[in-house]
Design a protein around this ligand. Sequence first.
Ligand code: SAH
Length: 377
Amino acid sequence: MSRQNLKGMTVAELQDFVLSIGERKYRGGQVFSWMYAKGASSFEEMSDISKGFRDLLAKSAEIQTLEVVAARRSPKDGTTKFLFCLADGLVVESVLIPPERTSPDAGKRLTLCISTQVGCPLDCKFCATGTMGFTRNLTAGEIVDQVIQAQKHASRRITNVVYMGMGEPMLNYENVIKSVDILTDDRSLNIGAKHITISTAGYADRIRRMADEGRKVKLALSLHSLDNEKRTRLMPITKKFSVDELLDAMEYYYRKTKRRPTFEYIMIDGFNDTASDVKKMVQLSKRIPCKVNLIPFHSIEFTNPSGFASTLKPSGRSRIDDFANALRRENITVMVRSSAGADINAACGQLAVLAIGREGLSQVPSSSRQLPASYAT
Ligand code: SAH
């Protein structure tokens, strides 16, 4: 009989599981805390649980754990990129981002950016992950475990989690929501729902669903252009959900939840950073109270882009500042996202495991593994 993997189970599921092996329900909660709050990856570690129960667990269950294959820390800003190997040998990345030294949060906040899929099917033209293609969804356990394992390498508590790594969270909705439920449980990592952000390329139906379900996490939409034709060129998903449909869904979300969503906006030179784009964003903010997150376009040259993708260039710094200030004059909350980690290809949109993406790692002995170039020191 194959052993059941407990990582990814909620308290209720663990309670059912322990009942099914003849133990008392409350024991499910004990295992839950050991796995998620204390990061236990074996039953032996669970020192306040009786030996008899631990032996029973070891016979019928296992705790699958992501292996940190490589970690690379930016000497510039302390951002650390992790390469994780999954049980089937596939790999994903997560990025630990300390606040900038000048930020009022310095020393308090620590953000982890996590992945939800191996690769991504959406093919956004500016994104490195898109060039990997799509392999599979992550399980809830694999999503949560990125936080548990990164926490073991972090010098202080991870306070914020952003679902902005590889993949489209809304295409893996059930597992993503389950992972949020586990991360926010006070017997687990106890991360506040307000400190978790789910970012989507634009699934209008799932945006409405999140609103209907009363999810407390924050929502961000990767907007990048209010012009339907331009957005379609950048993000083919716009053919499925037009800009109008997306904005309707975002308005619905705001009205239902009373929470201001964030619009993410990559600044691309001459493409979406002009005065007319500012005007459209101002109109949008009048319709939907929101925050705007301007993101410098990070180079994906290392993926050898061709065609339209190769024509995209970052807006200059003064263009970004002008755009931000024009929006601020209209009382819009604007953040210019930092490019932390750009020196190690760990900034937004730069996650892609090119060297070993599809073949997997599990068959390769750790001593002779070929790491992707971006982990070379
Ligand atoms: N699929 C989700 C989450 C992953 S992308 C989404 O699309 O929102 C996380 C953020 O990084 C998105 O806002 C995305 O548009 C942005 N991004 C992707 N490629 C980028 C690049 N080359 N430079 C800057 N930001 C990028």
